[in-house]
Each structure stands twice: as C-alpha cells, then as structure tokens.
Write a protein that binds this ligand. Structure first.
Ligand SMILES: Cc1cc2nc3c(=O)[nH]c(=O)nc-3n(C[C@H](O)[C@H](O)[C@H](O)COP(=O)(O)O)c2cc1C
Length: 282
C-alpha cells in the first residue's frame, strides 16, 4: 500500500519502497489517495515502472488508520461515494492494466454501504472488488460479516473477493460457500503461516493437509528472514521480530527464543538465534 501523494511528491525515494520479486508474480500494487489527478498520474508512472511485473493496480478504500482517514483517504472514501467513483474512474482511465478496489462493509453500523459502494466501483470501471466484512469503526475487532459479502456478490457482475477472518482451510471454504465469492483474500492468517495457502488448496481439493512440523516451520522462518535481509536494507532487521514471534507461536521454548530475538543487535545475531532454535527443536 503506497500513497499516491507520497509518490507524487517523494519521487524516487517513495518508489524505492515498492519492489516486486519474480517469485511474487502475478501481483498487484496498491495505491491510496483521494485526488483523481494525482491518482491518474501515479497510475501511469507505476505502469511505466512496473508494467511487466504487475497484473493489476488496486486502490485502497478500506484502510482504517486515522493518519490515512483524516486526509479523506482509505476507508474515509466510503463516506463520499461520488468522490470515490471519481478516484476509481481516474485510475481506470489511466491504467492499461485492470484496476481493482478494496473496501469495507461501511464506515460504521450507521453507514453500511458496501453494496452501493461496490455498484459505484463497478460503474466506474473496476474489474474486481475485495470486501472486508468489517466496518471502519471495528478496525480488526469483532467478527467479519459474511452476509454483507454475499450481498455484494449478488449486486455486481464483476468478481468479488471475500476477506475477513480466514484463518484455516475450512474458513476459506465457508467464505466461498456462504457468499458465492470468486476468491478469498487472506491477511492475518498468513502471518507466520504461509502454509495456509497449501491448507486452503487441500481443503478445496478435498485432499488431506499435513501441517508442517515445528522444525519445518523454522526452516520457512529462516528462509523468510534470509530473503528479507537480501531484498531489504539489513538495517531494517528489527521488523523481522514480529514475524519470528508469529512463526513460533505455541512452540516449545518459544518464550525464551522470542526474548533473545527481541534483543538481537544485528541481523547476523538474529539469524544465529534462528538456526540455533531450529537445532534445539530437532
Ligand atoms: C499488519 C496489517 C497490514 C495491512 N495492510 C494492508 C494494506 O496495505 N492494504 C490493504 O488493503 N489492507 C491491509 N490490511 C488489511 C487486510 O488486508 C485485511 O483486510 C484485514 O486484515 C482483514 O483480513 P484478515 O481477517 O484475513 O486479517 C492489513 C492488515 C494488517 C493486519
């Protein structure tokens, strides 16, 4: 998720925040913003820079964070549907790639307008929409409302992705079954658990899913950390702490491991701790 305004004013520096590795294809870049002119210019630039690496541009209209919504961006656009439609139209007109949009159930329980919003996005040219079944007011609390996703699916012809609380293969199946959505988007369920996609695949195919052993989880955590350090500035290694905490949830000796990881002073020290912990799990 990258700010269109940030890209416009920050140029190269902001652009360096976006990177796409070959293993991630096909993927989308997500922009946020509320000014059609700036969105239009940045969509064109993104296409020039990343055209062959991305297959879609997404516009975020669901982010609940005050620093975003206080500028009228993210989920605040749900309170101004005509403006949101102008933003989407600008993106669609500027983009040779399909443009999608991600939004929520509504702003709060008094302003539940996902259906009207989805129709407006479709009319503005969106190729796909993703609906998170929570209001902005709920942030990430409470249960995601599957019913509203079903209502959106019934209201538009474009594909709808259902999002919210998919933490297992069974939950993904339920989302597809109960809403008729074209696909499922997973966020927190993948934190420290990239295996969830395999689990969902197995659930949909009706095959057995064998969860990884703790040692296999640590092998994946190490790969994740090494890729991160190769692709990002190694000085950012403290960002890995939360991931390592997610990977090791519920494992033997995880508390001590996390304490050590959280005080590691260098990427090398952190990696040594990961290898050491994996050895101890054998
Ligand atoms: C740490 C974090 C970062 C997120 N970043 C984005 C983002 O950049 N763009 C976006 O559309 N949604 C973002 N989301 C929201 C998720 O895509 C998703 O809508 C929400 O977490 C509900 O799905 P879940 O129940 O599967 O987590 C983020 C969520 C979390 C927890």
């Amino acid at each position: 998720m990258v700010s269109a305004k940030g890209l416009f004013y920050g140029g190269r520096k902001t652009r360096s925040l976006i990177s796409v590795s070959p293993a991630e294809k096909p993927c989308a870049i997500q922009l946020f913003g509320s000014e059609p002119d700036i969105i239009s210019r940045m969509v064109k630039e993104l296409y020039e820079d990343f055209g062959s690496d991305i297959s879609m541009i997404d516009v975020n209209m669901g982010c609940p964070m005050p620093k975003i919504t206080s500028n009228g961006e993210g989920s605040a656009l749900m309170l101004d549907v005509p403006k949101a439609a102008r933003v989407m139209e600008a993106a669609v007109n500027a983009s040779p790639l399909p443009v999608s949009c991600k939004f929520r159930k509504g702003w709060d329980e008094e302003h539940v307008n996902a259906v009207e919003f989805a129709r407006a996005m479709e009319a503005a040219g969106a190729s796909l929409v993703t609906v998170h079944g929570r209001t902005r007011e709920q942030l990430y609390h409470g249960e995601a409302d599957i019913g509203i996703i079903a209502e959106v699916v019934n209201a538009v012809k474009i594909p709808v992705l259902g999002n919210g609380d998919v933490f297992s293969g069974e939950a993904a199946k339920r989302m597809l079954r109960e809403t008729g959505c074209a696909g499922v988007m997973v966020a927190r369920g993948a934190e420290g658990n990239p295996f969830i996609f395999e689990e969902i695949r197995a659930a949909l195919d009706g095959t057995e899913y064998v969860p990884p052993t703790d040692r296999e989880r640590m092998t994946e955590a190490i790969r994740h950390a090494e890729d991160f350090l190769k692709e990002k500035d190694p000085k950012l290694f403290p960002e890995l702490r939360k991931h390592m905490s997610w990977y090791t949830k519920g494992m033997r000796g995880a508390l001590d491991f996390r304490r050590a990881v959280n005080t590691a002073r260098s990427p090398e020290e952190m990696l040594a701790l990961l290898y050491d912990y994996r050895e101890k799990l054998s």
